[in-house]
Design a protein around this ligand. Sequence first.
Ligand code: GLC
Length: 438
Amino acid sequence: MLYRKPLNKLRNFLQKQGFLRTGVFFTLLFSIILYSWVAFSQQPVVLTMLLAAPDSPPWKQFLIKNFEAKHPGIRINLVEGPNATNLLEDLYTSAFILGESPYDLIYMDTIWAPKFAAGNWLLPLDDRISKNELKAFSAKDVEAGRYQDKLYRIPMRSDVGMLYYREDLLKEAGFKPPETFEDLMRISQALQKKDKVKWGYVWQGRQYEGLVAMFVEVLEGSGGFWINSDTGEVGLDRPQTLKAIEFLRSTVREGVSPPGVTTYIEEDTRRMFQSGQVAFLRSWPYVWTLANQESSPIRGKFGIKTMVHAPGSTGGACLGGWGVGIAKSSRHKEEAWKAILYFTSEEAQRQFTLSESYVPSRRALFTDPEIVAKFPHFPQLLKVVDNAVLRPPVAQYAQASDILQRYLSATLSGRMTPERAMQAAASETRQLLRIGKS
Ligand code: GLC
């Protein structure tokens, strides 16, 4: 044996020194090995996960604590990343490309699973969860985690884009909540004229994923579409797309939206709406809790409804949301699955819904008495989730979104005409999808 020589030498030395007799020596050695083995085998398994920094409070305050209390042998190491979904995606992607991912749990937006699965970076989860168990979740959220008939992501929370409106100001001025784009413009201008608000409407206009999520809603409400993932058809150069862009451009041109809106992300728009200067906001349900906190000037003064649309079309809500998967290279797959089971459980979702007004992915929670008592709009949200518009579930999603972001941004900030921008966007997207096929 490799160690025999040095061990014998050590024993002879100790005996010569008169320190130990052979029996005592081996008992001592055995105890040291046993102790180290026990100490080593009791080291907790650490699961690492990356998420956007502003999303971390509920994880730190209760989700991780509760999970670790139930599983004392597992620890969660949370890495806080930037607050833009595409930047987070880039970080995960580079970690995967570099080889063994430092992340065990992959916290994924609705639009990432096809790309990560096509890269062979995720563990398929089908044999760990039954069809019946999956039925408890909203179907669209589950679908977003599938790629080529395999499941890679379990939805932890859903999300849908909504329209927030100042209920108090609308009532006082005798307006009903708007249904169409025209209603929204008319009410905004009337409230601005009376100096009730500085701005009518704020939305996410920066060149990033949030712009695309907001745009698919206006597009749906104009009767258009981006990519039909079944047929591969691209609808960006159709008249309906130009109409959708015209609505957004008109909000800035007519002074309803501030010129800076083309640089805003969710949190910029939420802060403006919450300060009381704005009549309407397009955002996600997380705003509800923050805008209703005690220090908020608009606490109890706003309502939430589905997005406005053109006459004859229906309002579209973009499906967002987050779910968890397991890195194929993780050395702790069983522990990672235990974490997924807990974070997507009814108990965990109830807690983070009550605390953050996040939309759950489990259907039963939309009508849960405790949740409805706090958020009376939740039963209505389930219908919105069921009818929500998916961003196209294609493996080249990140590139397709990047094309749309670039050209939309160019036309919204006046650098290109809508026609030229959308012709270019449509032809680049068609080329991308053709390459993907070949
Ligand atoms: C929200 C949504 C996510 C979307 C993102 C865009 O986090 O849940 O699906 O991609 O906003 O900014």
